[in-house]
Design a protein around this ligand. Sequence first.
Ligand SMILES: [Zn+2]
Length: 644
Amino acid sequence: MTKTAFPLLALLALVACGKKDESATAASPAAQTAAQPAALDAAAAAGAENRRRDPFTYANYDAVRVTDLALEATVLFDEKTLDAVATLTVERVDPAATMLVLDANDLDIRRVEAGDGETFAPATYSLGPDDPVLGSKLTIDLPAGARKVRIAYRTSPGAEALQWLSPEQTAGKKRPFMYSQNQSINARSMAPVQDTPAVRMTWSATIRTPADLRAVMSAENDMGPTDGEYAFRMPQPVPAYLLAIAAGDIAFKALSETIGVYAEPSVVEAAAAEFADTPAMERTASALYGPYRWGRYDLLILPPSFPFGGMENPRLSFMTPTLLAGDKSLTGVVAHELAHSWSGNLVTNATWSDAWLNEGVTSYVENRLVEAVYGTGRAVMEQALSLKSLQEEIAGQTKPELTRLRLPMNLDHPDEAFSDIAYVKGEFFLRFLEERYGRAVFDPFLRDWFETHAFKAATTDDFRGFLLERLVAANPQAASIAEIDEWLDAPGLPATTPQPKSAAFDKVDAARRAFLDGAAAPASLGTAAWTAQEWLHFINGLPADISPSRLGELDLAFDLTNSRNAEIAFAWQMKAIGAGYAPAMPAVENFLTHVGRGKFIYPLYRALKDKGELATAERILEKAKAGYHPIAQRRVADILQAQN
Ligand SMILES: [Zn+2]
């Protein structure tokens, strides 16, 4: 996933869940596979909490594991429901196991059967109470010999994973659209599964839609005609959070033989042009980190309500249309989602407290792809922008333990792990290693990490052990274990943090100073050739107490309020709200009512509230919320209701 600005919410008191540590003593099978060098026992013990099982699942995956899901579902737009049958193949890890425990959230369970695969008989089951974070525990009796469980169910119209868009909320305005967002723990509201990154399953699906609509999934897609019935197959085992579906008026345009873009017909040409560099990114990633293992790589451009920049659903990344800037300036998000084909989808964090293994490694790979395709200048600018954002986040974080790469296990919600710490501190940890060992050594190391842990879940300890064994032991002078452990376990940013040096940003800094000092008028700042990154650096560096009239001077010269680049528009609107620059307010309202991407809307709502404009924020939310994904609706409501 791309960053969601969740740290704003980390300050909120979410509902604590008493069940999280119920199995805290059982190490996950994935964690047990990591052989640690004996000398590292003390450090491993210090991180032992990370080796516990995933606390955000009810699943008894230490005893019984789901290995395959066969899903049949009908997409009922009028009822905002999937009417489905899920057939799970299970494997007894403990031969004496007599029950299968699954995660379910808001599912209407109609019938549960168990059998050997040929015949099924009704099975006894129980559905536990609804926990606000975890959902419900679905316990199914598993008779001797049973290796399949068949569950008929319906999803709820309010399912946390699913957004149902009316025709008016789509680009085409004629047909409805639906899509899922299952990371981090929403898969359980779409299907009864073992919803933990520690469990992988193969899966297949048959999806029925109205005859003129197309369904797509994070799998081998059915590229046949639009006829209302589609078959999918995912032959590689993946965790449940990577299960994804969308259905609507969806067209396709190829970018190469194995890469293409799905989008609403009115968007597909612009998307194909914007993302034309995706094949070059894929070639670069494969050359650096080993072959792409997933067959096709396609992008699905969603309606603007999509709450994230992108989601790395295998073979089919889901992308926000706010990346369509017209100049390929925001395609780093494509590099990011593609990079997840190695970090995250191939090698998966065993628990969400290890999220940096997904997001930090991915952000590092993303920047390497940006460098290869767009040059060092842009890559370094993007590093500098990320580092500034991270520094601000650390400065505003009141819980130091949430600024460690190795996060505590007792998060309030797994989404708390998706902050700049996982993304940017993780990225800079790898950048630190790259600097110390050099690319000639570090690149093959990272490739080996992906290859030796492919299709497995990994913990921070696994990475540390692999690092000490493969890099530190062979190059003892390059970095000390103490330096590495400071990165993993100390709060804040180590003194060894690499500092990106951008000559282009130095010029932007000089231009901003000249403007602020009154030495230069906006028109003489030399902005004609500035890229989006330079504009972002310029705007982000404006002082918080800048006067509305000075913003007005810039707006008159550059029309920043109406920028068609969503990142620039957002950065500008944040400054405008903070400064009380009234002419930008209609644009803020327009943006919030047309875009549902969390990275933008959470900080904007927070800024309005902090500025004393809570009533305005609530009025806009009332108008806009039908166009937000359930995840975004919940989080914006939390932001506006927080007492602080
Ligand atoms: Zn990501």
